[in-house]
Design a protein around this ligand. Structure first.
Ligand code: GTP
Ligand code: SPV
Ligand code: MN
Length: 590
């Protein structure tokens, strides 16, 4: 008798009409074989899928160049399809589910003619975890198959685990014609289904990542009492006591999560361990504490800016190549050494470079070598700071949550919320300057609550209420902090050194959690007494520190206006508690 998985695959094959169907087993030999095939096919544009790189420099690594129009997530082509438009909310593009399916099915019809349909059984979360979820992705891209193999726990054993059950998350993907006018990323939260066509880019095509582990999973979490968040999970061990504090960190795309997740602390006496760099699934444990797992098994990180000075642990991770292949997408190529290169990898550019599209690069051209959203895909197990708790099925207990964004002004270096609900309010009203991680204008402030604007699979008004409900179930809720590493001066230069120095702020937060330092109360929350910040060895002026911690009336008035406009879209659905906090804030600045 056919299983539910086989039946679903047969139906998708009948629609997409591939030449061949291939069930991914998940062995290393198989990936070597697929990578080899990827070195000779010309599927995704004018280039082969993979080019073998120098394995002495970057063990087991390959370069992939995407179609030039397919370099980032496309939020305007991403839809949440719920029967009622209001359930998707003003934070999502919406289409009626039947209409959406008819529309994309016509694009999927016959799209795999001449191609192989790959079936990837995979798990988000460690298979032993009660919070993990089994999934099946179908794709016609070898790049996607190898990427899924790196990013998730994939292979035949997951198929055995699903068995005859029909409880698995379904993802149908095709690169289609890589035509932006025929590109759609459609989510059907009620059916645990994603249909994505026309893009091979990470967040559009690796359906276990943003599509399932955030959009669909946030919807499941709302129904089941947990949270799916755009967050890192890190451990900070105090070497003296041997105790580890676990912290969650939420930042919008390309705002510093991966860097923070493996920060090399500037202060002595601490070890940082890495559990996740992008997504956290968070449950309330039997003891009333929050426990987080990382559903992923790898990192899909931003290459530019990653170097020995900014993120030495990631450079080691990328060179390790011990587990799975490592992929570089849309970076430049040093033709003398056959190694990947991007801005920030070394201070001086190598003599002979091809740019991300494979054209010879001239320094005088003023063009970038690597695409600003060029990325690497690498297994978490290659990371030297990977936590021993990474595979712990229960997850790790959380003591603090930090939220951040990219703000040239207005928002201070660090600020602590008064309590959980005040933290939810502040997180719900966060703004951040847009980045190249999504197609569209860069550098404009937009409201991005909990860094989830592009990823919340349902109405965000309900999402904020869900956050306060989860808080209500906690015995000892984590403290909530807000940070901004990205303040700039009049010349447009960052005034905070960032990266390793961010640990100075982490240390203050840990002291606040332990209750060993006091803080001063301001209208926006608790702020540090400067004497409590460890600034040893940092060359920073009193004036700069003042700017880092200033709270300016005119700037906050403008900020409040932005929040009011954002909240306004949700009408009466907005929790009263949130509008009350906003009204109080406004009073404080009037
Ligand atoms: P996604 O993978 O898109 O979710 O991004 P992310 O949040 O993980 O961001 P990531 O750590 O990859 O950093 C994005 C960019 O910001 C990179 O170019 C980093 O070099 C840069 N960056 C990270 N941390 C800091 C910081 O503290 N200060 C400054 N100035 N830049 C930073
Ligand atoms: C992001 O854009 O937040 C990413 C990259 O982490 S992607 O998976 O492509 O969304
Ligand atoms: Mn991300």
């Amino acid at each position: 008798m056919t299983t539910a998985v086989e039946k679903w695959v047969e139906e998708q094959a009948a629609l997409t009409k591939p030449d061949k169907i291939y069930w991914v087993q998940g062995t290393e030999d198989e990936m070597r074989e697929l990578t080899k095939i990827g070195m000779t096919t010309e599927r995704t544009g004018p280039h082969q899928t993979f080019r073998e790189l120098n394995h002495q420099a970057f063990t087991n690594s390959y370069l992939h160049r995407s179609h030039p129009n397919d370099v980032a997530r496309t939020e305007q082509l991403t839809f949440v399809c719920t029967p009622a438009k209001d359930d998707a909310g003003p934070n999502n593009n919406w289409m009626e589910p039947k209409e959406a399916k008819t529309m994309v099915s016509s694009l999927f019809d016959g799209c795999m003619k001449g191609r192989t349909l790959y079936v990837i059984p995979y798990m988000m979360g460690h298979p032993d975890s009660p919070y993990a979820k089994p999934c099946i992705q179908i794709t016609d891209s070898i790049y996607v198959v190898v990427s899924m193999y790196i990013m998730t726990r994939a292979g035949k054993k997951i198929l055995d685990r699903i068995g005859r059950s029909d409880k698995f998350v379904k993802g149908l993907h095709s690169i289609g014609e890589l035509d932006p006018s025929k590109r759609y990323i459609m989510h059907f939260p009620q059916e645990d289904l994603v249909m994505s066509i026309g893009s091979g880019y990470g967040g559009n095509a690796l359906l276990g990542k943003k599509c399932f582990s955030l959009r669909i999973a946030s919807y499941q979490g709302h129904n089941e009492g947990w949270l799916a968040e755009h967050m890192i999970i890190m451990g900070v061990e105090d070497k003296k006591t041997g105790e580890t504090m676990y912290i969650l960190g939420s930042f919008p795309s390309a705002c510093g999560k991966t860097n923070l997740a493996m920060i090399d602390p500037i202060l002595e006496g601490y070890n940082v361990t890495t559990l996740g760099d992008d997504i956290a699934w968070i449950n309330v444990g039997p003891d009333g504490r929050l426990y987080a797992i990382n559903p992923e098994n790898g990192f899909f990180g931003v290459a530019p800016g990653t170097g020995d000075k900014t993120n030495p642990q990631m450079i080691k991770t990328l060179k390790a190549g011990k587990f799975y292949p490592t992929l570089f997408t849309n970076t430049g190529l040093d033709t003398d050494t056959n190694s990947p290169w991007w801005e920030g990898l070394t201070d001086v550019a190598p003599a002979h470079l091809l740019d991300w599209q494979g054209n010879p690069w001239e320094a005088a051209s003023g063009k970038v070598v690597a695409h600003p959203n060029s990325r690497f895909t690498v297994a978490a197990h290659n990371c030297p700071t990977l936590s021993n708790e990474f595979d712990n099925p229960k997850g790790v207990p959380i003591s603090a949550i930090l939220f951040g964004g990219r703000r040239s002004d207005t928002v201070p270096l660090v600020c602590e919320s008064f309590d959980w609900n005040h933290g939810v309010f502040k997180a719900s009203s966060l703004g951040s300057e847009t980045t190249t991680a999504a197609a569209g204008q860069v550098g404009v402030v937009r409201r991005d609550p909990m860094a989830m604007l592009p990823f919340c699979g349902y109405n965000m008004a309900d999402y904020f209420r869900h956050w306060t409900n989860v808080g209500g179930k906690l015995k000892n809720p984590p403290k909530i902090f807000f940070v901004n590493w990205f303040k700039k001066n009049a010349q447009g230069k960052f005034i905070w050194p960032g990266f390793r120095d961010n640990f100075r702020v982490i240390k203050w937060m840990m002291d606040r959690v332990k209750g060993t330092v006091s803080a001063r109360q301001t209208p926006i929350g608790f702020m540090p007494n400067i004497a409590d910040l460890n600034l040893k060895g940092l060359d920073i002026s009193k004036e700069t520190l003042d700017v880092l911690f200033e709270v300016k009336n005119d700037q906050w008035k403008k900020e409040i206006e932005g929040i009011e406009n954002f909240y306004g879209q949700f009408g009466d659905r907005m929790p009263k508690e949130m509008t009350k906090y906003l009204a109080d804030l406004k009073k404080n600045f009037s």
